[in-house]
Ligand binder design. Structure first.
Ligand code: ARG
Length: 482
């Protein structure tokens, strides 16, 4: 969010009203608003980001008005031409911001009046800023969802490429951040492909549910004029008009749902970011990032800090804050539109900006990172991570109940621990001192490579599974892109 630049002399605050009333709605007002009223009321500073959606909505509305005989074809043509000019002007950075004109909707209309004169006043027939802003903002959020989905797809593609490369690269899998069982790095990366897949599916659900048009609900009660809401809905790519005019102008579920999905996605990104921070530390050395994604320290020459990962981890805070902000704004609001709802935009814009940045930075880091396979392999065997393989061997070969097998494995781990050596360094005789039926082929499961190879159950970490899952995801992503 950009800092507010306006400053007020205290003496002026709330004292001097503007000389004249607002030309759009000032009919029954004798005097203009206090300066501070203008300042708190104006949203142009941020809602100018809606200009494309606002103009698209107005063009669709204008066409429908002509079609329904509510305005003449000539006026419709003048309005549409004017709106196209305004679109080009704003795209060229020529929007003249005027807080007295409050928001983007009135800026566009005022400029239209300057450009085409009297017909401009007919555009607002059977429409209110209440259904207008609800329409614009839905369109904006819908576009943002499409961009974020594309970003997540790209991130998944990058993860899949790296997962393939590291399909058989063994690393420790953790629970409680304690080495638990060996897994493959490819399998670990695929866990995130699953998470981002759910994020995309949440966004898709949210998009489908929000894709109804509020336009034509007017201020709150609909209109007595013979409009056709189905026509504007279709023109704007909505599946249908919203069925209840009160709900249409007061609903912000779409932004809340989007922010919820965004917050969950940001949580996923923060977890991956945290792992990158851990993996790149001198204590772990599982992964390194190039100069492109690290920074140095001004005082400690040896340092290589994973700032991008830390920022992705950090930005989750503001995205969750954005969700909270809007939930709290909406809580307890009576039907229908309340100016409180103008507060929907800044948190949503902030969440979208932050999330898009995080997704792109993460995609960059995933493409950039290099795994230190040797170090990962070494760490995978530390901490008796194949003890479960030993127990599973007893279940498989000796038909032992798992609880007993767990006990046997535990005693063998203790033996190894006492002698300060890894499991596979124990002699057969030593293992037989715990369970006499153990045979030489147990050594095959004690190494980390054999351990991961044996994890072939559906969803397990075996390299063969990882390769199958990569193929499945590639097919799914291609199918969904169609
Ligand atoms: N700028 C307003 C918003 O973002 C537009 C709607 C204002 N409607 C009204 N009747 N004041 O919510």
């Amino acid at each position: 969010m950009s800092a507010r630049k306006t400053s007020h002399k205290p003496a002026r605050r709330g004292k001097q009203p503007a000389k004249s009333a607002n030309t759009m709605w000032g009919g029954r007002f004798a005097a203009g608003p206090a300066a501070i009223m203008t300042e708190i009321n104006a949203s142009i500073r941020f809602d100018k980001r809606l200009f494309r959606q606002d103009i698209a909505g107005s063009l669709a509305h204008c066409r429908m008005l002509v079609q329904q005989g509510l305005i003449s074809a000539a006026d419709g043509k003048a309005i549409a031409g004017g709106l196209q000019t305004i679109l080009r002007e704003i795209e060229a950075g020529k929007l003249k911001e005027n807080p007295a004109l409050e928001d983007i909707h009135m800026h566009v209309e005022a400029r239209l009046k300057e450009l085409i004169g009297e017909p401009a006043g007919r555009l607002h027939t059977a429409r209110s800023r209440n259904d207008q802003v609800a329409t614009d903002f839905r369109l904006w959020v819908r576009d943002a969802i499409d961009r974020i989905d594309a970003g997540l797809k790209e991130l998944q593609d990058k993860l899949l490429t790296r997962a393939e490369e590291y399909a058989a690269t063994v690393m420790p899998g953790f629970t409680h951040l304690q080495a638990a069982q060996p897994v493959t790095f490819g399998h670990h990366l695929l866990a995130y492909v699953e998470m981002f897949g759910r994020d995309r599916s949440r966004l898709k659900d949210c998009r489908a549910r929000m894709n109804e048009s509020p336009l034509g609900a007017a201020a709150l009660a609909g209109t007595s004029l013979p409009i056709d809401r189905a026509v504007t809905a279709k023109a704007l790519g909505f599946a249908a008009p919203m069925a209840n005019s009160l709900d249409a102008v007061s609903d912000r579920d779409y932004a809340l749902e989007f922010l919820s999905a965004a917050a969950i996605c940001a949580v996923h990104l923060s977890r991956l970011a945290e792992e990158i921070v851990i993996w790149t530390s001198a204590q772990f050395r599982f992964v390194s990032l190039s100069d492109a994604f690290t920074t140095g320290s001004s005082i400690m020459p040896q340092k290589r800090n994973p700032d991008a990962a830390e920022l992705v981890r950090g930005k989750v805070g503001r995205i969750i804050g954005d969700l909270n902000a809007l939930l709290i704004t909406m809580k307890g609001l009576p039907m229908t539109y309340g100016k409180d709802m103008q507060e929907d935009k800044e948190p949503t814009f902030d969440a979208v900006d932050s999330l898009e940045l995080c997704i792109a930075a993460m995609a960059g880091m995933i493409a950039d990172l290099k795994a230190n396979a040797e170090r990962m392999h070494e760490a995978a065997g530390e901490g008796y991570t194949t003890a479960t393989d030993l127990a599973d061997w007893c279940v498989r070969k000796l038909n032992m109940p798992f609880r007993n097998a767990h006990h046997v494995a535990g005693r063998i781990v203790r033996l190894a621990e006492q002698q300060n050596k890894p499991l596979e360094a124990l002699s057969l005789a030593e293992m037989r001192s715990v369970e006499p039926r153990i045979s030489r082929d147990i050594f095959a499961v004690l190494g980390v490579d054999n351990s991961v190879k044996s994890r072939v159950s559906y969803g397990g970490t075996a390299p063969a599974n990882v390769r199958k899952q990569i193929a499945r995801w590639r097919k799914r992503i291609a199918r969904e892109a169609r």
